[in-house]
Design a binder for this molecule. Structure first.
Ligand code: NAD
Length: 365
């Protein structure tokens, strides 16, 4: 598939893409509809391994360039997530610009569904931040190219429990690699962000007997979880100075950066958030230099993607669960490869994913 030039200058309705790095994307679709107020971008990064699957995020971006940057980074990440997980999928993502609390309507979601449909299956959408299974129902009214629809409609429902299970598997593999045992009982794990994924992760950790510290900007959620699981609450930025064995970022990206790495006392970083390293090369190396074992995010948070992929083939929860369990072995393989080749864990994972894509490109299948 021909790639877009990585450096282009393009003007459209006030958005200036001047010398912007398009990260090797195959296709970008700008969607605008004045009737519904829809403003969205669909990014298709790579379809070598299959149709580009990735969720739709609705966020109140400051401007269109921020939205574009976000969708490009997320979409590229989906390519590698699918590749490393052995799925027949490419990478894509969509963002809708707006406040999901106040600006989301059925008409807007259905219009978005029409844009997805116009791509004829090259892009398949799903839930992401600011979306619900109900929204996916509206999209489903306009297109069949959507996953993560409710179980009552034959879908796989909320992917978060599987994402959390995969993160838990990746975390245990990292513990095995680092400490010679994957037992987490007695270990202190800090979970930053206790939303859909974080809460399920806290459940797994508590059941195993880990000491769990939780952090969120939503105080009600923190109080509820502290009560339900007996977790300790730590507020604000001070989390990066707390004694812990494992840091699990499950809120936002880019929380692993020179400032936090210099403060973190953990030996493992393993969480659900996408794009945890603010700068992949620099921060992957800083972690390695400090002896922190970083379990690559796009590898260990793939459980949700595995779940929606299963939906495309006719949903089987047991199969999805078994495939997600495999994240344990893949994580171990990557960590060993990183040590053997003296490269960062992030680069080791990226290398395997890229090799699979390249193999497919050069084969005549
Ligand atoms: P969510 O919106 O349900 O939960 C996110 C939580 O983080 C919320 O409780 C929010 O209050 C909290 N938060 C936001 N900003 C924060 C901050 N600055 N400090 C502390 N907490 C903060 O989202 P989710 O579905 O649980 O996803 C969590 C992360 O995992 C996201 O980065 C998402 O992209 C990624 N992810 C999710 C899935 C999935 O299946 N849901 C799959 C792969 C990756």
């Amino acid at each position: 598939m021909t790639k877009l030039n990585t450096q282009i200058t393009y003007k459209r309705k006030g958005l200036v893409l001047s010398n912007m790095n398009l990260m090797g994307h195959e296709q970008l679709v700008f969607c605008q509809d004045t009737n519904t107020g829809l403003k969205a971008i669909i990014a298709i990064h790579d379809t070598t391994l299959g149709p580009a699957l990735g969720g739709t995020r609705m966020w109140n971006y400051t401007n269109e360039e921020d939205a574009l940057q976000d969708v490009l980074r997320l979409s590229r990440g989906m390519t590698f997530k699918a590749a490393i997980s052995g799925l027949g999928l490419g990478g894509g993502k969509a963002v809708i610009i707006g406040d999901s609390e106040t600006e989301k309507t059925e008409a807007l979601m259905r219009k978005f569904g029409q844009y997805v449909n116009s791509l004829g299956g090259k892009y398949i959408t799903a839930e992401d931040v600011g979306m619900s299974t109900k929204d996916m129902e509206y999209v489903r009214m306009e297109t069949k190219y959507v996953t993560g629809i409710p179980e009552s409609m034959g879908g796989s429902g909320d992917p978060s429990p599987l994402t959390a299970f995969g993160v838990y598997m990746g975390m245990k593999a990292a513990a095995h690699y680092k400490w010679g045992s994957d037992k987490l009982s007695g270990r202190t794990v800090l979970v930053q962000g206790v939303g859909h994924v974080g809460k399920n992760l806290v459940r797994h950790l508590t059941e195993e007997g880990a000491n769990v510290i939780i952090n969120d900007i939503n105080e009600q959620r923190l109080d509820d979880l502290a009560q339900e699981f007996g977790a300790t609450i730590v507020m604000g930025d001070s989390i990066f100075d707390v004694d812990m064995d494992i840091y699990a970022p499950c809120a936002l990206g880019a929380t692993v950066n020179p400032d936090t790495i210099s403060r973190l006392k953990c030996e493992i970083i393993a969480g659900a958030a996408n794009n945890q390293l603010a700068d992949e090369g620099r921060d992957g190396q800083l972690c390695a230099d400090k002896g922190i074992c970083y379990a690559p995010d796009f590898l260990i948070n793939a459980g949700g993607l595995i779940n929606v992929y299963s939906e495309l083939k006719g949903y089987n929860r047991e199969d999805a669960l078994n495939q997600t369990r495999e994240i344990y072995n893949t994580t171990l393989e990557i960590l060993n490869k990183s040590e053997f080749e003296n490269i960062t864990t992030h680069d080791a994972a990226l290398k395997i994913a890229q090799e699979r894509i390249n193999d497919r490109k050069t084969s005549n299948i």
